[in-house]
Structure formats: C-alpha cells, structure tokens
Design a protein around this ligand. Structure first.
Ligand SMILES: Nc1ncnc2c1ncn2[C@@H]1O[C@H](COP(=O)(O)OP(=O)(O)O)[C@@H](O)[C@H]1O
Ligand SMILES: [Mg+2]
Length: 382
C-alpha cells in the first residue's frame, strides 16, 4: 500500500522573512509538506480549489486588497472543509473560532514543534469532527468468507434507506470488489480510485458514487484486483470522514483480512457487525478475533454479532455458539435460499424484491436496532 500520509500545507503570507522562517522549520521533517506560499489573499482563495491543501495557515496581518478575515470567510463560502490556522502576534490576539472558519491559532514566536502540533491537531479535529455527531458507520465484518457479509451489507443498507436514513454503502472488499459482482455494474463504473488522491471534496464524491436503483449510493472498489494496491489508507480515511459528513449511515462491506486498511476502517466505525454462522471454523476464528479486538482495545460493545442462517445450525448447539461469542448474539437472520439467491442472482436487494419474506423482516429488524429511527421518518426525533 502506498504511503501518502503527508499533510499538505498552504501558507498565505506576504512577509518573505516569515515565509522563509516557516520553510526552514518544516525543512527537516516529512510529516507536513509546505506545498505553496501565496502572498496575495485574493489569489489564494482562487487557487485553493486547485491546490486542495489539507490545511491552510494564514497571517492575520496580511496586507493587500483581500485581508485575512476576508480570505477566511470566502473559503467558507466556497464550501471548503479545509481547516485554517491563523498566524498572529501577541499584541493582536485571535481566538480559535471554528464556527467562523478559524480552527486554530499560532502566535509568534513559535517553534517547529508548535507548528507541527497545531497543524496535526486541526487536521485531526477536522477529520474526527466531520459529521461524527450524526452519522453512524457500520463495518460488516466476518472472521471467515462466504458467511453473507456482502448480501447483508447490501440489504441492510437498503433497509436503512427505507427507514429514513441517508445511506451510503462502501465496497471495502477493495481487492475483489464483491459489490461490483453482485450489482453487475459496468466495468467502467467509477470507483474509489477515481477520486483525486490529494484532497477529496464533496463534488468529486458526487461524480464517483454509484446511484443504485435500490435507492442507496455506493462507493465501489476498483474494477481489477491489482488496482487495490493503489488505494492508500489515507485516501480511505479521508473518504470515510467526508461520507460521514454527508450520510446518516455509512455501511462498509469488509474483506476478511485484518490488514492495515481494514484496521483503519474498523478503528473509525462505531459498530463492527460481525457475521457468524454455525460452523466450527467460524466459531474458532470468532474466538481468535475477539482476542485480537480485546488486545487492540476495542470495547466489547463495539462489536455486535449477527448469526446468519441462524436456523441452519448444522448440528452445532446455539449454546455452543453463545459460549464462543461470550454472550447472546444481538441479531439473527434466517436462511431463506429461495428468496436470497433469487434476489442476488438479479443483483437486487431481497428487502425490496420480497419485502414480506421472513429474511427481509430479519434485516429490517437489524437495521432498526442498529440505527434507530431515521430522520426522514421522524424529523427531530434524534
Ligand atoms: N440468510 C441467507 N439465506 C440464504 N442464503 C444466504 C443467506 N445469506 C447469504 N446467503 C448466500 O450465501 C452466499 C455467500 O454470501 P455472500 O454475501 O457473498 O458472503 P460473503 O460476502 O461473506 O463472502 C451467497 O450465495 C448468498 O446468496
Ligand atoms: Mg463478500
């Protein structure tokens, strides 16, 4: 996986000595890359959509036609989510005011440590705060393949949308792109790789999402296995934080591996919906996975178990499964081959094609229990 974790900084500064000083401070590290210094506030505003920095530092005392506070308010007008740090002097104190586009303040004199800390902090706040208040992200994960992750992630997303949540489904099976196969999307349908690598904004996302006839938006994985290499963890983090700002529910169809990318995703979701079935390998791997999650420090409440095909226990007693899970599973979905396979073969969700089926009712219950009542149904209820 390529590493492009550098934070791209744009500095709006008209005093050459200060620009030079900051260049010097950042020269000996690689975490933050100073991509440009622009001395004219008006020009800077015009160039931001092109340059797409991750963070902007602006001198509060900027001279010229467009002053610093005007730059800040114009940046907000163009709908940017880029955090801004105001550089000032003690004689002219500025308070951080995220509501008005000032996410951090750096007062002279400052050291390399000060600038790096402040930049990291505003970028982190921005990513964490981006919509965290209202969106709920769910990773549909399993300790073993073939247990129904893709089927459940897709139907759960459609059920969530029907229950009034603005829902996006992310194909997190980056290598095999399971959703492409399930939905039979054309090979040239855009994927996460069609997003710009430096900075993703809302309008880019709108062009890349697949609008499925089932009423949900889907972020597809790349169309070819080897392209997975090109998806970086930083891209995925950024995309996720943007999706969380725009959607109430973000549901991710995960691959089985516990690799770097999956850990980034698992870290960032509220809920890991772990699909288990009645078979001995799954049970064995479920126990191993629970140990790993504990070691990582995930609270037990972060994981919710869903027993898929719960009525087909193949001789394993429910009590044995509960013992392995360490608790009664939160959700159960019955096996209903005739309904599920027929819908999957047509690439449609069974919750729509056969809403009266038992298995559809099960998925509706999972969605309601996980996400609560959607705001399109009960405005103001959340
Ligand atoms: N509740 C269910 N009842 C019947 N068949 C199911 C059910 N859940 C999944 N399946 C079938 O199991 C197979 C594997 O499901 P899939 O969603 O591709 O699993 P995964 O993504 O975990 O590999 C598919 O053929 C699907 O139709
Ligand atoms: Mg799958």
């Amino acid at each position: 996986m390529a590493a492009s974790d550098q934070i791209r900084l744009l500095f709006i500064e008209d005093v050459p000595q200060v620009a030079q000083y900051v260049r010097g401070l950042l020269a000996s590290q690689t975490q933050i890359k100073l991509i440009d210094v622009i001395s004219d506030g008006g020009k800077a505003v015009l160039q931001v959509p092109e340059i797409r920095p991750d963070v902007i530092i602006i001198d509060a005392l900027l001279q010229g036609r467009v002053k610093a506070d005007q730059v800040v308010s114009r940046l907000r007008e163009i709908g940017g989510t880029i955090p801004v740090i105001m550089l000032t002097v003690p004689q002219q104190p500025v308070e951080p005011d995220p509501e008005h586009g000032i996410h951090g303040v750096l007062s002279m004199p400052f050291s390399g440590y000060d600038i790096i800390t402040r930049v990291n902090q505003v970028v982190k706040d921005q990513e964490a705060g981006a919509g965290s208040a209202r969106s709920h992200a769910v990773a549909v994960f399993a300790p073993k393949g073939g247990v129904g992750r893709t089927t459940i992630a897709f139907n759960l997303s459609v059920a969530a949308a029907r229950q009034g949540h603005r829902t996006v489904l992310v194909d997190g099976s980056i290598q095999f792109a399971d959703l492409r196969a399930l939905l039979r999307v054309p090979a040239d349908a855009p994927s996460i790789l069609d997003l710009p690598t430096d900075r993703v904004v809302e309008s880019d996302l709108a062009e890349v999402l697949w609008r499925d006839p089932s009423g949900i938006d889907i972020l597809l994985a790349p169309p070819r296995i080897e392209m997975a290499e090109m998806v970086t963890t930083r891209d995925v983090e950024k995309v996720l934080s943007l999706l969380r700002r725009l959607y109430d529910a973000v549901i991710i169809d995960m691959s089985v591996a516990l690799d770097e990318l999956n850990l980034v995703l698992l870290d960032r979701v509220e809920t890991i919906l772990e699909i288990v079935t009645y078979d001995s390998t799954t049970i064995h791997n479920t126990i191993a996975l629970a140990d790993t999650f504990r070691a990582i420090g995930y609270p037990a409440s972060k994981v919710q178990y869903l027993v898929n095909r719960a009525d087909a226990n193949g001789g394993i007693a429910p009590a044995d499964l509960e013992k392995a899970l360490g608790r009664v599973p939160e959700h159960v979905v019955r096996s209903e081959g005739a309904v599920v396979v027929a819908a999957n073969n047509q690439g449609v969700p069974f919750v729509l094609s056969d809403p009266g089926a038992g298995v559809s009712g099960d998925i509706d219950r999972v969605a309601a229990s996980l996400l609560g009542v959607g705001r399109a149904v009960a405005v103001g209820a959340r």
